[in-house]
Design a protein around this ligand. Structure first.
Ligand code: GLN
Ligand code: ZN
Length: 772
């Protein structure tokens, strides 16, 4: 083991998709068969080399593990699954190279469904869920990791491989279908740790001086074990891992939340460095004051995650330096770093040519964050005086952000302040149900979640309009034809409540961000969402208002050409916040209220234009739920209040729907009830209606549409299959409350399977209707 210290500046990880999404293009070309595996490997290798060189150029040291090795072809949890050899037995023997196996698990193949994907902590990133049982083999396969170390060395860089740690890995796995009822993946901790020990030993042999093990499970109250048990599991695992002499030095990280309660215990582990997220989390003030933190960290470096890796604002360098100095002054060997892996922010502000220059000066993407880390490290070494000009520059920027036009608009603030509980409250559910009888909605009404397939023609027309190749009249004409097509199709299929299809939307948040004041959108600000998919979160920088109606012309046109009810379709305030980069200078709840008022006006205009049903999607409601149990009720209060402020102005005869994507909402069922929506659609097909039993037990008395058609794959569910799911739902939920719909929107599907599946869905609903 080489005993060099971690240099004064590092980051937990860097975006891996490439500045121009090079990885996406290479991986998708490989999937299509247009490039070979060797060509894909070469593209990936080039990208990794460019990343390392860039990080050194931005100020990280080339030596002693300051540069993290956070590349992934698809997902870091899947990387760990492969490195542990933990291929679920249902996949049998997958023939071919490691990469063939990797993508078979990620995407499925002819014979196998892929691993399930789910959200990573409270981010919008999705990981591939490991499937573990009593017999899952754990056979270390260090090939990929080891080759990264050699590759970096050729470039003259002593890199630091990054791996999801053993406890976090197992706490994010699910039991495989073969597992016994009472089995939990974490039961295999000792076996997994043994495989990690082999990986570490191989890394040492390859010459790695440092390795990073991410254990964000330590900051979460949303996992299957309570937090005080997680720290014990970590202690058990790292006593083993750290106890071995055949290993690189270990950096243990705790991104996404507050580890202050366990920080002293982590410092006492046999590892060489521990990270704390000081943006989401805090410093343990008493342990600093009484010297116990310094004692725990006597032989351990503390990586102070003071630069926000979840957001795109320039760091308040003075405040960040003060935090790091308070640790250093307490006698703790302190390193400057980011709060988390920068995979959640785009590459480089300087790739934006269209952003307003003033706004741009307030921003920091990944590259700028790395520079800030390097600057702060110089400040920590040489004192504030060493970085005085950088500090002064940030002071100027922060003051400019405070006072710039649009950041604080009196009229908007006045309206938010004046909003009362009455504005958030509709008449009782019963009265509304009576008032809505005029909509003539049958029992087991069939509908969809909003979007229809986004075809190549739609994308082409949108891009031509964006580039000015076709004018607004032509584009509008195209969209109207598209709407008419989708309406006729739904009529033919026999759906009861129709949608306009959302062809005008590039993205369910960006579309609104482009039309609201207070938002900006980027050209190249891509952030990986899962696998080869990336999104461009909008930037919510100022007070939000709605200069003009946003969806009325599409919805009212759709309604004008059919006798069946058309649902208006809006994205809710929480989801708009969750999928944007949001200003950090005021509570999220205040920002949410502003968005809510803009949506409230939109609902008024929709109703005015003859729309009787409006859906306000909140798929991110569960995602933003704080990891920290102490913060959850405050979050649910403001998020529910924002939804109610958006919808509370709707007259009793207007039916408000919402859509939540998730099936696991046991934890927030009261909040869902609190939304006071008339109808809620949720995902349920993949779990075979697991949610309907708890809903029945809860006495849930509102309309509910548990999805009966899994839209995540092109598979067409048969009439029988959907009938069975509807029957399960009907056994638990009263017919007048039950809706029949797919799990989610259809935008990623093709028309062929969509039409077949929806036709079956309508048949299935009819079959069950006839028998209840
Ligand atoms: N209305 C949106 C759609 O159908 C909802 C998408 C979502 O829940 N993510 O696409
Ligand atoms: Zn959904």
């Amino acid at each position: 083991m080489s005993a060099s210290q971690l240099p004064h500046a590092t980051i937990l990880g860097y975006p891996r998709i490439g500045r121009r999404r090079e990885l996406k293009r290479a991986v998708e070309a490989y999937w299509k068969g247009s490039i070979s595996e060797t060509e894909l490997e070469t593209a990936a290798k080039d990208l990794r080399a460019a990343t390392r060189a860039r990080l050194v150029e931005l100020g990280l040291s080339a030596s002693s593990g300051a540069v993290p090795e956070s590349f992934s072809f698809y997902d870091q949890v899947l990387d760990a699954t492969l490195a542990l050899g933990a291929i679920p037995s249902r996949f049998g023997q997958v023939e071919g190279s490691d990469l063939t196996k990797y993508f078979a698990l990620a995407r499925g193949n002819a014979d196998h469904q892929p691993l399930e994907m789910t959200k990573w902590f409270d981010t919008n990133y999705h990981y591939s869920v490991p499937e573990i049982d009593e017999r899952t083999p754990f056979v270390a396969n260090p090939t990929a990791l080891v080759s990264l170390v050699a590759e970096a060395r050729e470039q003259g860089i002593e890199t630091r491989p990054v791996l999801v740690g053993p406890v976090t890995y197992l706490l994010h796995a699910k039991p495989s279908d073969d597992a016994a009822e009472d089995f939990a993946p974490i039961d295999r901790l000792d076996d997994v740790v043994a495989a990690y020990a082999e990986l570490l030993s191989a890394l040492t042999a390859a010459g790695a001086g440092w390795v990073q093990l991410d254990e964000p499970a330590l900051v979460s109250d949303s996992l299957s074990v309570p937090r005080k048990q997680t720290i014990e599991l970590v202690e058990r695992a790292y006593a083993k891992l750290g106890g071995s002499s055949d290993r690189p030095q270990i950096l243990l990280t705790t991104p996404y939340g507050d580890s202050s309660q366990s920080l002293a215990r982590l410092g006492a582990l046999p590892v060489e460095a521990v990270h704390a997220d000081l943006v989401r989390g805090s410093l343990p003030e008493t342990a600093i004051a009484d010297g116990s933190l310094a004692q725990a960290f006597a032989d351990t470096q503390l990586l102070a995650g003071v630069v926000d890796g979840r957001n795109i604002w320039r760091t308040d360098l003075r405040a960040a330096l003060a935090q790091a100095e308070s640790l250093q002054n307490a006698g703790i060997a302190t390193v400057i770093g980011t709060s988390n892996n920068l995979q959640h922010v785009p590459h480089d502000v300087n790739d934006e040519s269209k952003l307003d220059a003033r706004l741009k000066s307030w921003l920091a993407f990944a590259d700028q964050k790395v520079e800030q880390v390097a600057t702060l490290a110089r400040g920590l070494e040489g004192g504030a005086a060493a970085i005085e000009s950088e500090l002064a520059e940030v002071d100027r920027v922060l003051a400019d952000r405070q006072s710039a036009p649009g950041v604080r608009v009196g009229a908007i603030r006045g309206r938010v302040a004046a909003a009362s509980d009455a504005d958030r409250t509709r008449v009782s559910e019963g009265e509304r149900r009576d008032a809505q009888r005029g909509l003539n909605i049958p029992q087991l009404a069939t509908t969809t979640i909003g979007s229809f397939p986004q075809t190549a023609e739609i994308r082409k027309a949108r891009s031509a309009f964006g580039k000015g190749e076709i004018d607004e009249v032509a584009y509008e004409g195209f969209l109207r034809e598209e709407i008419e097509r989708v309406i006729r199709l739904q009529e033919e299929i026999g759906l009861d409540v129709l949608v306009h299809g959302e062809a005008e939307r590039n993205d369910m948040v960006q579309y609104f961000a482009e039309l609201l004041d207070g938002f900006a959108v980027t050209e190249n600000g891509w952030v990986q969402s899962y696998g080869s998919r990336a999104t461009r979160p909008s930037i919510l920088w100022g007070d939000v208002s709605r200069p003009a109606p946003m969806t009325v012309r599409w919805s009212s046109y759709a309604q004008s050409i059919t006798d069946r009810p058309v649902k208006g379709m809006l994205t809710g305030p929480v989801t708009i916040l969750a999928w944007s980069f949001v200003r950090d200078d005021q509570p999220l709840g205040d920002t949410a209220s502003q968005v809510a008022l803009a949506l409230r006006d939109e609902i008024d205009d929709l109703v005015e234009a003859g729309i009787g049903i409006v859906q306000v999607d909140e798929p991110a409601l569960r995602e933003l739920l704080p990891l920290d149990a102490d913060r959850q009720s405050a979050y649910l209060d403001w998020s529910v209040a924002a939804f109610r402020l958006a919808t509370g102005g709707a007259a009793p005869e207007v039916q408000i729907h919402t859509h939540l994507c998730y099936s696991e909402f046991g934890q927030i069922i009261d909040a869902v009830d609190g939304l006071d929506a008339d109808v809620t659609s949720i995902e349920a097909a993949r779990s075979r209606m697991d949610v309907v039993v708890p809903l029945g037990e809860h006495g849930y008395s509102r309309g509910i549409g548990p999805g009966v058609y899994d839209i995540h794959s092109p598979r067409v569910p048969s009439v029988e299959e959907q009938t069975e799911l509807i029957r399960i739902a009907a056994d638990n939920i009263k017919g007048e409350l039950l809706w029949v719909n797919p799990d989610c929107g259809l935008k990623t599907r093709g028309y062929k399977e969509t039409v077949a599946s929806l036709t079956n869905l309508v048949q299935a609903a009819k079959a069950v209707r006839a028998s209840v």
